[in-house]
Design a protein around this ligand. Sequence first.
Ligand SMILES: Cc1ncc(COP(=O)(O)O)c(C=O)c1O
Length: 488
Amino acid sequence: MLPYKNLIIIDKNSEVPIYKQISLQFIDLIQEGKLLPGSKLPSTRSLALDLHLHRKTIMAVYETLVSEDWIDSQPRKGYIVSPNLPVVRPRSYHKKISPFSTKGKFDFDRREIIHFTFNTDSKNNIIIDDGFPDTSLLPFTTINKEFRKSLDKVITKDNSKYVLDSAGFKNSLQTFLNQTRGIDFSFENLFITRGGQMAIYLAASLIIKPGDKVVVTDPSYFIADALFEKLGADIIRVPVDDQGMRTDILEDILKKQNIKLIYVIPHHHHPTTVTMSVERRNHLLELINIYNPAVIEDDYDYDFQFKYDPYLPLASGDHNGNIIYIGSLTKVLGTPFRLGYMIATEEFLAAVSKLRILIDLKGDLIIEQTVAAMINSGDLARHIQKTNKIYSQRCDLLCNLLNEELNDYINYSKPSGGLALWLTFKPKYELSKIIKHTHENGLSVKSNFYCTGKNAHYNSFRFGFASMEEKKIRDAVHILKNSVKKMY
Ligand SMILES: Cc1ncc(COP(=O)(O)O)c(C=O)c1O
């Protein structure tokens, strides 16, 4: 039923009788398509109550409309809009132009928060993303089955049996993280988010005040950079080499300046995919214990380690509670599964939990139940094991092809895990132009962020090999090679 109370406006000072004013507004509603042919009208009694009028006035309205054939009176059913009216289309109530097609009159923060664009042109059938999993490898039957079961748990006819929070999922995730990360934490130290990005946002928002100094690597994960800028941070960049963040330079900075937050990605650093060495990890932990900055350890794709003896996260070491460890299941299960988490002190998580309520009251309980079941049955661990093997083979293949076909033009280091490889072109081969050329020849590179604009000097991109079948990897390298050869 339409909200007639709000839709019908009566002007008691008008010379037009009230029953006529209402009749005309009903005709407008019918002509504008808000009341469709055949739709039921409220009873005279209920409309009179809604509009605070006498029932006789409403009866006069309906009689007028019946006499003009706008509505029909049906025995025992009441009044309906005449079914035989010509078809009318919904239109705006008061104006012909949608109010949303204008700019609005209010002011808001128009600063450009994000300085990148993803190439979303999907005309080409070979697309290199910047490090996504291959969702075609997911155990579909299992997910289907568990999803149905979790629907029963979350949407049930018995109110007292609803699954109302993330506690069950948290329990399962805690077991999974204990088995894989070696981090010493309790249930209260774990917080669930919708993806790692939300966790970074919540943590950084609570820590950074405008003007605070925040250390990141150079280069660093561009979306975290954008967030820190938005929060007003004074960003200090520390170079990365083949052992990860240069902790010697970081130490100099910490000695001289008051650093509020360090954002670090020790495994398969984004974007360079370098894994931080043991020496640097130990040095960083020492610095954390001396200078006590907050540290966000972003371990977005820890689960993909091609070697059997991966380094444990920094958070598994001694850090006085200064580390906020952030992880994600979106890299394991694919981006449609928006699941992330944070491990931190109970006190910090209490604040995180309050902040989260402002943007999201609850997680996706159905997905959480589904993934909890996959953790409990061992399906998730098996999926990780299987995909690790395939991604490792794809990484090997890519490296072999790069050596064979593009060796003269590029530099790269083979990553020890993860979903992407950082491919740098030698300075004389301008990558932004090469990418444009490949785009015209059937190969799209999804993110050109590290070879255009202020980042042009990196002349690099992340070659996401994990989501590509072998043939596509071969074709992609071939097109890249042909483009470089044609252009130089
Ligand atoms: C380094 C890094 N951290 C965090 C994230 C966010 O992950 P999620 O998809 O779980 O939000 C990403 C996503 O690509 C990432 O690359």
